[in-house]
Design a protein around this ligand. Structure first.
Ligand code: FAD
Length: 307
């Protein structure tokens, strides 16, 4: 058995593995795909002390850093469930079981897609998911935000300060965002909000986004908007389906409930990063929470007798 088994090989998992391994304890990292969401990212400009990098480059550095320590790296394997016996047991989809005295869950999240023509083709060429990350790339341009929940309206307010104009498209006939956010967005001269709008296609010139079309759900008319960027804000889904029905408590959004030390409801099990209730889903924040979870796991190990 391991002392620390990290599930997830994104920024949170990599940070947890490095922190655990540096304590000289038996550490393993299990990842379906090393690098996580970072592998889907082009330019990264907010990883402090590194003014510019690219996703695949950062993912390679994460793996290299983990490999400098004697960490067992198990990739292309999927955790299927977690249970607590003498050890914490992680069953894999392949049928194998890994045992460890402590486990750090860092399985991240994924942005919900629009699933319309052009979205995949123009991803990172105008179709974006993270306003904190990609907002500045659209300085002085026209953009759309798809989704009128809290994240969509927050994105619109945020982007309005950077870009020329923001069009918010909401599928329903009302906004779901908090009233205070709605008021703020409506007070901005360069934000338009369109309700009952079903986005139907991302338009582009072969290299980059040039606009989108949507169906006005009240009339059935198809309308076109010209713009340079589309921020999809229709939900961030935690990769925690495999924890449903276990003793690890999830919120109704599927996030793993953790405290300030990364402790979950299952003894010996800690969690970090986008899969958890930790606020603000960012690389630097995930890494910090991965370090916290590893230090908490170490603290647990020195206080808990081995089985
Ligand atoms: P993830 O990166 O999601 O990693 C999760 C890991 O868990 C992966 O290795 C995955 O394979 C693995 N996994 C999942 N389920 C299982 C399972 N059942 N069994 C085994 N392994 C599993 N943030 C910034 O700070 N700056 C940016 O510029 C930026 N740009 C972004 C651009 C895009 C397009 C996207 C999608 C995100 C961007 N982000 C950015 C957000 C940032 O990527 C995330 O906050 C960060 O990657 C979260 O790290 P994580 O380790 O918690 O999860």
């Amino acid at each position: 058995p391991y002392d620390v088994l990290v599930v997830g090989g994104g920024p949170a998992g990599a940070a947890a593995a490095v922190y655990a391994a540096r304590k000289g304890i038996r550490t393993a990292i299990l990842a379906e795909r090393f690098g996580g969401q970072v592998m889907d990212t082009m330019g990264i400009e907010n990883f402090i002390s590194v003014p510019y990098t690219e996703g695949p480059k950062l993912a390679a550095s994460l793996e290299q850093h983990v490999k400098q320590y004697g960490v067992d790296i198990i990739t292309e394997q999927r955790a299927a469930t977690v249970k607590k016996g003498d050890y914490v047991e992680v069953d894999l989809a392949s049928g194998a079981t890994l045992k460890s005295r402590s486990v750090i869950l860092a399985t991240g999240a994924r942005w919900r897609d629009l699933n319309v023509p052009g979205e995949v083709e123009y991803r990172t060429k105008g179709v974006a998911y993270c306003p904190h990350c990609d907002g500045p790339f659209f300085k002085g341009k026209r953009v759309a935000v798809v989704g009128g929940g809290n994240s969509g309206i927050e994105a619109a307010i945020d982007l309005a300060g950077i870009v020329e104009h923001v069009t918010v498209l909401e599928f329903a006939d009302t906004l779901r965002a908090d009233e205070v956010l709605q008021q703020k967005a409506r007070s901005l001269p360069n934000v338009d909000i369109i309700m009952s709008a079903r986005t139907t296609e991302v338009l582009g010139d072969g290299n980059k986004v040039t606009g989108l079309t949507y169906e006005d759900r009240t009339t059935g008319d198809i309308k076109q908007v010209e713009l340079a960027g589309i921020f999809v804000q229709i939900g961030l889904v935690p990769n925690t389906e495999f924890l449903k029905g276990t003793d690890v408590t999830l919120t109704r959004f599927g996030e793993i409930e953790i405290d300030a030390k990364g402790t979950t409801s299952m003894p010996g099990v800690f969690a970090a990063g986008d899969a958890t209730t930790a606020p603000y889903k960012q690389i630097i924040i995930s890494m910090g929470s991965g370090a916290t979870a590893a230090l908490s796991a170490f603290d647990y190990l020195i206080r808990t007798p081995a089985p």
